[in-house]
Design a protein around this ligand. Sequence first.
Ligand SMILES: Cc1cc2nc3c(=O)[nH]c(=O)nc-3n(C[C@H](O)[C@H](O)[C@H](O)COP(=O)(O)OP(=O)(O)OC[C@H]3O[C@@H](n4cnc5c(N)ncnc54)[C@H](O)[C@@H]3O)c2cc1C
Length: 378
Amino acid sequence: MTVRVDYLVLGLGGMGSSALYHLARRGLKVVGIEQFGVAHDRGSSHGDTRIIRKAYFEHPNYIPLLQRAYELWHELEQESGKELFNPCGLMVAGPPEGAVIQGVHLASRLYDVAVEKVSASEVTARFPGFQIPDGFEVTYEPEAGFLYVEDCVRTHIECAERQGAQVYFNEKIQSVTISDQLIEVKTEAQHIIASRLIVTAGAWSSACLAEINLPLEVVRKVLFWNSVEQPGYNLDQGKGGFFVDMPYGEFYGFPSLDGTTVKLAEHTGGELVANPSHLNRELLETDALAVSRFIGEVMPDLKPDPVRHATCMYTRTPDGHFVVDRHPRNPRVVYGAGFSGHGFKFASVIGEILADLATEGHTTHPIEFLSASRFDEL
Ligand SMILES: Cc1cc2nc3c(=O)[nH]c(=O)nc-3n(C[C@H](O)[C@H](O)[C@H](O)COP(=O)(O)OP(=O)(O)OC[C@H]3O[C@@H](n4cnc5c(N)ncnc54)[C@H](O)[C@@H]3O)c2cc1C
């Protein structure tokens, strides 16, 4: 049977759940299809928490988007009555001349983001449990914090459904055919003709948008939960998140939510994944080496061996910036991809932008720097 739909969202993870919500909230008839369950752990949007911050060292162009992302997360909290964002603050440490610390200062200067410089003599008192290497600069962003990642995805979907969105879970889209005139999608159960298609397929983006040939690579990333030996990292004692730029990699983590473990990971590195559907989720012997070294040098009050892990994927672009654009052949197909391991905090505003692109063909958000045309020369 062939079904006709106005707006179809392919993939209901971080970005797709938000696009679904923004389309539904505009009173549009939207259908979402997801190959796994609600807020599942097989893609890139799981593992309890995601850092959110505005002193964006990756590029200051992201800051206007972050300002809107913060507003939208707060609106979603109000609409749903759920706590999604925890403003616990974030300590960032690294060499003063390094790209991370320099980027924090640039962002703070250009957009007036509140960032405190923490003097060497204050570090121990303010961040007990951290041994910051000599010569590092330490900053603190009080308005940063974390998002409860699965709750954010679930809440976007629930609020979208409440406004009329129709969703299908555990249904894989097997083929997408895009021509100038037609958008045709097939699952095992349905043959759909869509007027507009929003592709938010995460690590599966290359497969779903094969003809665009975006330069994306998927890497395997492991998150760790390590036991606390001394109670100095607890959220309920006012502790926050951290991001440390070490000579051998960038490491980040969260305050202890349960008083017994801290979640942390390496942001850099990761092995290439040939097929995201066959990601190895077992803990390999080499997985925890860099994080254990970081713990030994910087967080001595944690035990070096993890008690829990989760495996996740980053979908990276060559320059580490997202791709949010319209399909070159059929502008009624829009997509968000290549979130390069730092996209979740933006999910609220990316959903709004994708809804703008799908309905109006353009957006007032400043996203020119995320256009696919920057890869034309590659
Ligand atoms: C370990 C880790 C830590 C991170 N930490 C942070 C952080 O602290 N802060 C931050 O801002 N960001 C962080 N990120 C990045 C952020 O989580 C991702 O950028 C974001 O979640 C990507 O969302 P997405 O919607 O693109 O992908 P996903 O959430 O994976 O969604 C894609 C969805 O599409 C579905 N799909 C794909 N193909 C099909 C198909 N054929 N049919 C049906 N459904 C399909 C998938 O099943 C999936 O649900 C982290 C990422 C990882 C992996």
